[in-house]
Design a protein around this ligand. Structure first.
Ligand SMILES: C[S@@+](CC[C@H](N)C(=O)[O-])C[C@H]1O[C@@H](n2cnc3c(N)ncnc32)[C@H](O)[C@@H]1O
Length: 244
């Protein structure tokens, strides 16, 4: 039985939109959902949604029956998130994704695999970061965020001084942000901003570490596309420095 089983969750976005600047610029909807996905989105998604009331009380290391709380930002179709949740049943996951078709896909997987440790925010991840308590997270994962490659679009990128400051606030000391991208310019952008924040160290034990995914890595749909199109991904790990 999942921790939130039975209770209908009110969408976080409705209660928080008034005070949050939007940080989402992509598509919310693609093609029509298949009937099963549409039914699950209507019936199961409301029970998986994280709500505004519970967020300020979530503390990863002390949320029985879970031992930790991890956040995945922009989960796409949820392949990586579902696999991570299966491999770590003692961790409660919050997945954020505003794209309706991606959310529907993950909700189907949750139903098929009977996963009990995923909560969904079908909106902007920054809203979740802003609402979580200090030092509540044991990991943040951001895989292939939208690249916004044109110069004028780059301010739309998810990685920004505010999102980094919120990750620094919500992660416990010594815990990780895992970031992957196949866009050279986005690796440099991300490195420069994390290192400027003074709250994170970039962990690269060897010079080629950025080329290797993490142990037990379940690849993502977007990564498969990057390989097909001949791009080399970079995998960056940032560790939250000890608070002084
Ligand atoms: C290029 S896709 C990558 C999806 C997936 N991580 C993968 O590797 O296959 C980037 C995803 O981030 C989502 N996204 C964009 N802005 C977001 C935000 N502010 N909060 C949460 N997700 C966001 C998009 O809807 C999109 O599905």
């Amino acid at each position: 039985m999942g921790v939130w089983e039975g209770a209908e969750r009110r969408p976080l976005i409705s209660s928080m939109a008034a005070r949050s600047e939007p940080h989402f610029f992509g598509r919310r909807k693609g093609k029509s959902l298949r009937p099963r996905q549409a039914a699950l989105t209507e019936n199961l998604l409301p029970r998986l949604r994280v709500n505004a009331e519970v967020l300020p009380t979530l503390q990863g290391a002390s949320s029985p029956p879970h031992q930790d709380l991890w956040l995945e930002i922009g989960f796409g179709g949820g392949e990586h998130l579902a696999s991570d949740a299966q491999s770590h049943p003692d961790v409660l996951f919050i997945g954020c994704e505003p794209f309706v078709n991606g959310v529907a896909k993950l909700v189907s997987t949750i139903d098929e695999k009977k996963l009990q440790n995923i909560l969904i925010h079908d909106g902007d991840a920054l809203e979740i970061l802003r609402a979580l308590p200090d030092a509540s997270l044991g990991r943040v994962t951001i895989l292939y965020p939208d690249p916004w490659p044109k110069f004028g679009q780059r301010k739309r990128r998810f990685i920004s001084p505010e999102t980094i400051q919120q990750m620094a606030r919500t992660l416990r000391d010594g815990e990780e942000v895992r970031f992957a991208t196949d866009i050279d310019d986005y690796s440099g952008w991300t490195l420069a901003r994390f290192l400027a924040s003074e709250s994170f160290d970039w962990i690269a034990r060897e010079a080629t570490d950025w080329k290797k995914p993490w142990a037990g890595w379940p690849s993502t749909r977007y990564e498969a596309k990057a390989f097909r199109e001949g791009r080399t991904p970079a995998y960056l790990t940032f560790v939250r420095k000890a608070r002084s």
